[in-house]
Write a protein that binds this ligand. Structure first.
Ligand code: F6P
Length: 343
C-alpha cells in the first residue's frame, strides 16, 4: 500500500479540511493509498511531526473551519535543520512515498524547489484572496465573500440610520477579488482595489453624490489599495509618510480624509481575520473535496510536480511553474463595469 503525506501551509482557509477528507477517502477507497498529515505546514515535514489520517480521523471534518493539521509560514529551506536532505530522511523513516502541499503562492514555490531537489511533491491551491493565476477559483474565497457581504449589509443599516459614510476594509494584499465580489453584492457606492488607482477627489465625489441623494455612502476597500495622491493627502494634513503607519490600514487612513473633505461623519471597519474563520460555504466544501479527490488521482499516477486547478467547471492538472510568481489580478474591464455603478 502506498503511503503519502499531506501538509497545509500559509494562512488558513475555509475548505482545507474538505481537501484532506477528499484525498483520504478517495485514496483509501479507490487507490489503496494511506495518508499521514504533517503538522503545522513544512515544519512537520522537516521535523517528522505527523498525525495519522485514517478514515475515522477525517469523518465529518469538511464542515469545520481552519485545518485539523495546523499551519504555519515556516519555509522548508529557512531553518538550518531544513532542506531536502533532512526531508528525504524523514520520508524514508516514515515510509512516505510523496507529499501533497496545500497552500498559496509561497507554498507552491517551496514545493517546486523541493521537487527540483528530488522530493516527490504535488500541490493543491489555497487562498481566500483568489489571486492564484493557474486556477479560476480557490476554495475559501466564497466563504470570505459571504462574510464580507454580510458585514457590508450590516454596515449599511447602521450607516443609513446615522447618515454616516461607512468604510469597510477587506483582505486582499495584491488583488481585490474579495472587495469586488462583496462590494458588488452589497451595492457599495465605491470599490477600491490595488489594481485600479482612484484619487481622493474621485472617492469624495462619489461620497458626496450619495449624500446629495440623502443616502449613506458605503465604501469597500481592499487592504492593498493605495491612493495615488497619498503623499499629497498627508502633507495637506501636516503629516508625512513617517506618520502613516500609526494611522493603521487603508480603511483607517481613508476615513478621516473623507470626513475632512466632505464634512460627512465617516467610520472605518477592518474586517481582518473574521474573513478566514468559521465554517466554509457549500461551494468551498465541494471545491475542496474535488481538489482532494483529484490530488489522490495525481498521486496514483505518480504525476509529480503537478497542482490541481479549477478551469471552468473541470479539475485539471497544471505544472507548479504555472502557479508560481504571478498574481491573478481583477481584470480592468470587470472593474470598469462595476465602476459605472459607483456614486
Ligand atoms: O493571503 C491571505 C491573507 O488572508 C491576506 O489577504 C492577508 O493580507 C494575509 O493573509 C494575512 O496574513 P496573516 O494571517 O499572516 O496576518
Amino acid at each position: 500500500m502506498a503511503r503519502y503525506g499531506i501538509l497545509t501551509s500559509g494562512g488558513d482557509c475555509p475548505g482545507l479540511n474538505a481537501v484532506i477528507r477528499g484525498a483520504v477517502l478517495q485514496g483509501n477507497m479507490v487507490h489503496d493509498q494511506e495518508f499521514v498529515g504533517f503538522r503545522d505546514g513544512y515544519k512537520g515535514l522537516v521535523y517528522g511531526d505527523i498525525k495519522l489520517l485514517t478514515r475515522s480521523a477525517v469523518r465529518g471534518i469538511s464542515s469545520r473551519g481552519g485545518t485539523i493539521l495546523g499551519t504555519s509560514r515556516f519555509g522548508p529551506y529557512s531553518e538550518p535543520d531544513g532542506g531536502p536532505d533532512a526531508i528525504k530522511n524523514v520520508l524514508e523513516e516514515l515510509e512516505v512515498d510523496g507529499v501533497v502541499a496545500i497552500g498559496g503562492d509561497g507554498t507552491m514555490a517551496a514545493a517546486n524547489r523541493l521537487l527540483g531537489d528530488g522530493i516527490p511533491m504535488v500541490g493543491v491551491p489555497k487562498t481566500i484572496d483568489n489571486d492564484l493565476e493557474a486556477t479560476d477559483y480557490t476554495f475559501g474565497f466564497s466563504t470570505a465573500v459571504e462574510i464580507a457581504t454580510e458585514s457590508a449589509d450590516r454596515l449599511r443599516t447602521t450607516g443609513d440610520s446615522h447618515m454616516r459614510c461607512m468604510v469597510l476594509e477587506l483582505m486582499g494584499r495584491h488583488a481585490g477579488w474579495i472587495a469586488m465580489y462583496a462590494g458588488i453584492a452589497s451595492g457599495a457606492h465605491a470599490i477600491l482595489i490595488p489594481e485600479a488607482p482612484e484619487s481622493l477627489d474621485q472617492i469624495c465625489q462619489w461620497v458626496e453624490s450619495v449624500k446629495d441623494r440623502r443616502r449613506a455612502p458605503l465604501i469597500v476597500v481592499a487592504e492593498g489599495f493605495t491612493l495615488p495622491d497619498m503623499t499629497d493627502a498627508f502633507s495637506d494634513r501636516g503629516l508625512d509618510e513617517f506618520n502613516r503607519p500609526r494611522l493603521g490600514g487603508i480603511g483607517e487612513i481613508l476615513a478621516p480624509l473623507i470626513e475632512e473633505r466632505t464634512g460627512i461623519t465617516t467610520r472605518a471597519t477592518v474586517l481582518g481575520h473574521i474573513q478566514r474563520g468559521g465554517v466554509p460555504t457549500g461551494f468551498d466544501r465541494v471545491l475542496g473535496t474535488r481538489f482532494g479527490q483529484a490530488i489522490s488521482d495525481v498521486l496514483a499516477d505518480g504525476d509529480w510536480g503537478k497542482m490541481v486547478a479549477l478551469r471552468g467547471t473541470a479539475i485539471e492538472r497544471v505544472p507548479f511553474a504555472d502557479a508560481v510568481g504571478h498574481t491573478k489580478n481583477v481584470p480592468l474591464d470587470f472593474y470598469r463595469g462595476a465602476r459605472a455603478l459607483f456614486g
